[in-house]
Design a protein around this ligand. Structure first.
Ligand code: ZN
Length: 100
């Protein structure tokens, strides 16, 4: 699993991390305690959905796998196909027609 965030120190509020050309801004640091009494730091990130532009927030720990670049609503929808995928589909459809 690739780690998106692997921080040894707490980021400052306003710190920006970029994941796949998509900026995420630190808006809040939350200090929690786990049930076993261990300190747990959660970082609150703010970003704008790459599909619809809606701002959304995410919480991660200091080490985290990548956050989705899309808001919760858009995440339910499959990503639109890339031009290469569309081209493939067209070719596949043509082949199907030729066989008939
Ligand atoms: Zn969205």
């Amino acid at each position: 699993m690739t780690m998106w965030i692997d921080l040894t120190a707490l980021p400052e509020i306003g710190h920006v991390e970029t994941y796949r050309d998509h900026p995420f801004t630190v808006v809040e640091i939350h200090q929690h305690q786990t049930d076993s009494g261990l300190p747990l730091t959660l970082i609150e990130w703010q970003s704008e959905c790459m599909t619809c532009g809606t701002p959304y927030g995410e919480l991660t720990t200091l080490r985290s796998k990548p956050i989705s670049r899309r808001c919760k609503e858009c995440r339910k929808q499959p990503l639109p196909p890339t031009p290469a995928q569309q081209e493939n589909r067209k070719r596949y459809a043509m082949r199907g027609r030729a066989r008939r």
